[in-house]
Design a protein around this ligand. Structure first.
Ligand code: ADP
Length: 198
């Protein structure tokens, strides 16, 4: 980085933003297999937060790849850069006082740890959307498992690419016997209990 680039202090402080917005912002990092319910539940959580007057923004994997990360592919190097940029954007949103919800498979512990380390203590909430592979495959909302089983998609997480389940997620959501709303409420309760919502 150029030595002449210096970090500017803002005239409006982080604490002042939190007081204005009545929330302690954090990144809700949803991780889970394709079709586990990350996007669906993240959207439901965002709706609940909005209705409580809370400020949030959902960073969706596909949308990010259309814009900010459109120059990146799926090589190991590009996947790392994809997550790094998302982490940096999430950090800016949190600094601005907003909750950030992200819905990426993010299969590797190391990548999730990297984002956690970018943020302050308590600002990274790992949400494990835990749905058995068989059920994800049965739901197959985008028809991707079918294609992966037919060999039309290579390196598909859960089929021929590893998913490392979080060992100690901050929130563990087992979706199999729950409705979308029950899953979303579980997450919002956590935010209330841990003092994220003021
Ligand atoms: P992902 O973002 O993890 O790839 P999606 O949210 O796109 O997954 O798809 C999950 C699918 O499972 C949706 O069609 C959703 O309606 C369905 N579904 C059924 N039950 C649940 C539940 N309890 N939680 C989340 N999704 C569920």
């Amino acid at each position: 980085m150029n030595d002449n680039v210096v970090w500017h202090e803002h005239a409006v402080g982080h604490q002042e933003r939190l007081t204005l917005k009545q929330q302690r912002p954090a990144v809700l990092w949803f991780t889970g297999l394709s079709g586990s319910g990350k996007s669906t539940i993240a959207n439901a959580v965002e709706r609940l937060l909005f209705e409580e007057g809370k400020h949030s923004y959902l960073l969706d994997g596909d949308n990010i790849r259309h814009g900010l990360n459109k120059d990146l592919g799926f090589s190991d190097e590009d996947r790392v850069e994809n997550i790094r940029r998302i982490g940096e954007v999430a950090k800016l949103f949190v600094d601005a006082g907003n909750f950030v919800l992200t819905a990426f498979i993010s299969p590797f512990n190391e990548d999730r740890k990297q984002v956690r380390e970018l943020l302050e203590e308590g600002q990274f909430i790992e949400v494990f959307i835990d749905t058995p592979l068989e059920l994800c495959e049965e739901r197959d909302p985008k028809g991707l498992y079918k294609k992966a089983r037919a060999g039309q998609i290579k390196n598909f997480t859960g089929i021929d690419s590893l998913y490392e389940a979080p060992m100690a997620p901050d929130i563990h959501v087992k979706t199999a016997n729950k409705t979308v709303m029950q899953c979303a409420e579980l997450i919002v309760s956590h935010l209330n209990e841990k003092g994220y919502i003021l």
